[in-house]
Design a protein around this ligand. Structure first.
Ligand code: GH3
Ligand code: MG
Ligand code: MG
Ligand code: MG
Length: 315
């Protein structure tokens, strides 16, 4: 336990340090004004030997002990460091101000060994409990973040998953409808992926899925666009404020990206490389239609792309 004593009276500082020693806290540093106190705190940060508690006099030259406490407690690194105000003042106005500034306790000088020990122990106990609570909160936050990711992201590709897609589709439907602008859906299905898996195995199949996901992701750039894994080897893209022409251009970029990555497909009837078939649909969301209608339209277009020989886009 390292304790910082801030008192402009050297004799008092020495006395407190002796009392601390007798009370079982031999490691204390005495400083005599606010600047020296900040210096000691900054040194503790640099050397990573923390100061666990501060005993602060009120009457200091320049900045008084209460203002000093306020400054120290407002710094992120020291917000949990307890400050005990020790003063000759017994005016209750100081007591109020001291606690308002963030002091943990307030002792009238001269403190007895027993009082000092009891109050220090209590302040340190509170600090430990606070640290434990903060750690628990942090663990819970990390867990909540992981859970949120797990519910919204596809574990293999890192894209949004089906659940996230369903939510976003409805939100975008409402938003684009309100703005009276078209929105587009792109459905993408890998060609002959079953034979890819059957020939090269599921591990290579998974790697291929990730590469296709990247080719799709690299084709969309607007902040509101969303790429999701719809299921198995099917992907879907939501393009807000986009008509059929704009969406078809994105689809062509997806074909081009994939051609550029040149993933070999030993069994493809289309080419030697992995290709995709794409269905595009777009509409201005209105009362008489539903997001499902748009999804079905994209799905129908995809079916046509498959029927007409794969590795193409239909709208
Ligand atoms: P088409 O050109 O008509 O789309 O033919 P296809 O073989 O791609 O279509 P089909 O629906 O018959 O096969 C899809 C295959 O996708 C079946 C399965 O082996 C594979 N698949 C689905 N999900 C995964 C996955 O998570 N990992 C891997 N490796 N393969 C998957
Ligand atoms: Mg003083
Ligand atoms: Mg499929
Ligand atoms: Mg397929």
């Amino acid at each position: 336990m390292r304790i910082l004593i801030v008192d402009d009276c050297r004799a008092t500082a020495l006395h407190i340090s002796e009392v601390l020693n007798q009370a079982g806290f031999p490691d204390s540093i005495a400083v005599h004004d606010f600047e020296q106190a900040m210096q000691a705190l900054n040194d503790s940060r640099k050397t990573e030997i923390p100061i666990d508690l501060i005993i602060m006099d009120i009457s200091l030259p320049g900045t008084d002990g209460i203002a000093a406490t306020l400054t120290i407690k407002s710094q992120y690194e020291f917000e949990d460091t307890p400050v005990i105000i020790v003063t000759a003042h017994d005016d209750e106005a100081y007591l109020d101000r001291a606690f308002a500034a963030g002091a943990s306790d307030y002792i009238i000088k001269p403190p007895s060994k027993i009082e000092l020990r009891a109050r220090i122990r209590s302040a340190l106990q509170l600090k430990r409990e606070m640290a434990k609570r903060r750690q628990r909160e942090q663990e819970l936050q990390t867990l909540a973040y992981k859970l949120e990711k797990m519910t919204n992201l596809d574990g293999l590709t890192g894209l949004a998953n089906r659940r996230c897609f369903d939510d976003t589709l409805v939100k975008e439907w409402v938003r684009n409808g309100r703005q009276d602008v078209p929105m587009a859906l792109i459905m993408i299905d890998i060609d002959h992926f079953k034979s890819y898996n059957d020939t090269l195995g599921h591990v290579d199949g998974d790697t291929c899925l990730c590469a296709v996901a990247a080719a799709i992701k690299n084709a969309v750039h607007r902040p509101g666009d969303m790429v999701a894994r719809y299921g198995g080897e099917e992907f879907v893209v939501i393009l807000p404020d986009t008509d059929c022409r704009g969406a078809s251009a994105v689809a062509e970029t997806i074909h081009a990206n994939l051609a550029q990555s040149g993933i070999r497909h030993p069994q493809s009837s289309v080419s030697c490389a992995v290709t995709v078939s794409i269905g595009v649909a777009s509409c201005v969301p209105a009362c008489e239609t539903t997001p499902e209608n748009l999804l079905h339209a994209a799905d129908r277009a995809l079916y046509q792309a498959k029927q007409q020989g794969r590795n193409r886009t239909k709208s």
